[in-house]
Design a protein around this ligand. Structure first.
Ligand SMILES: CC(=O)N[C@@H](CC(=O)O)C(=O)O
Ligand SMILES: [Zn+2]
Length: 313
């Protein structure tokens, strides 16, 4: 990346990967990627070599999130540099393998773009997940996709928080993009969710093709939701959950949550209210996979980012 004439220059994105099955029970990504592994016509673009890849085949076979440990948390420097051996958890070995094929993470040899396909049980609709507010290539891509799918909509979750951030499979690439579409139960395929995911991928690949052809993208504004805080379920002294997501909050992903609004409902019918002092936008509300992570939802703040003009170097 370099700056020149107010244009931010990025290298052409010639090597692109689409990951499915990072979580083996998120069926839209698993199914699309399996389809594209068999026949990649739909994801081919003239200037791009796109590789469809199942990241956690053992978990896909068992239709479970993971076998030993969450693959989408496994791409830490410690894991990636751990001495190889059969005593390592399956997903850590797999992370090392993925890092060899698509990385090394942080190096010039890494893939240009990795799309990682996920489903959520939350009512999030189409959500693109970014890890950096400074990646103008990705911000321009978000703007392009939003315009292309209108009047349908997709939102951008920015996960840049030093403590909330985790080491994702896609983080191996120079430009990591998560795609999270829901609601879809674990192990279930829903046609509307599957098609929504497919359409986003189509526009994302079109954007990359246009960029590689030399199209210049003028500065633009991108609305994002910045991850602020994880909120756990209320628990008793033994750590057992004592309340559920309140009916007013359930399925209200991305809707404003104001001080005093209901959050949880205890099993004996009491309401627990939001004690914060400002309006936030909750998401990943009641995500099935996050019970083990002790997380009922994530709060976010709405921000408008400015994406600089970009063109190819
Ligand atoms: C429900 C789910 O798996 N969500 C993803 C979000 C992401 O890809 O960043 C995860 O926790 O890994
Ligand atoms: Zn997932």
């Amino acid at each position: 990346m370099s700056s020149y004439n107010n244009n931010t220059c990025y290298d052409e994105a010639r090597r692109v990967a689409i990951f499915g099955g990072t979580h083996g029970n998120e069926m839209s990504g698993v199914t699309l990627v399996n389809l594209w592994v068999k026949n990649g016509t739909e994801i081919q673009r003239k200037s791009v070599e796109t590789k469809a890849f199942i990241t956690n085949p053992k978990a896909v076979e068992k239709c479970t999130r993971y076998v030993d440990t969450d693959l989408n948390r496994a791409f830490t420097p410690e894991n990636l540099s751990a001495p190889e051996g059969h005593d390592l958890p399956y997903e850590v070995r797999r992370a090392q393998e993925i890092n060899r094929i698509f990385g090394p993470k942080g190096s010039p040899d890494a893939y240009d773009v990795i799309f990682d396909l996920h489903n959520t049980t939350s009512n999030m609709g189409c959500t693109l997940i970014l890890e950096s507010s400074k990646d103008h290539f990705n911000l321009q891509m978000m703007n392009y996709i939003k315009k292309a799918i209108a009047p349908a909509s997709c939102l951008v979750l920015l996960n840049e928080h030093p403590l909330l951030k985790y080491s994702t499979s896609r983080s191996v690439a120079k430009h990591p993009v998560g795609l999270e579409v829901g609601p879809q139960p674990q192990g279930v395929l829903r046609s509307n969710i599957f098609e929504a995911m497919r359409v986003i991928l189509k526009h994302a690949l079109d954007f990359i093709q246009l960029f590689n052809e030399g199209m210049e993208f003028p500065p633009c504004m991108v609305e994002v939701f910045r991850a602020l805080e994880r909120v756990d379920y209320p628990r008793d002294a033994n750590g057992n959950i004592i309340a559920m997501v309140h009916p007013n909050l359930q399925d209200g992903d991305w809707e404003p949550l104001n001080p005093g609004d209901p959050l949880f409902q205890t099993f004996d019918g009491k309401t627990i209210h939001y004690q914060g002092s400002s309006t936030v936008y909750p998401t990943f509300i009641n995500e099935a996979a996050y019970y083990e992570k002790q997380q009922a939802f994530v709060t976010t703040r709405r921000e408008t980012l400015v994406a600089s003009a970009i063109r190819k170097a």
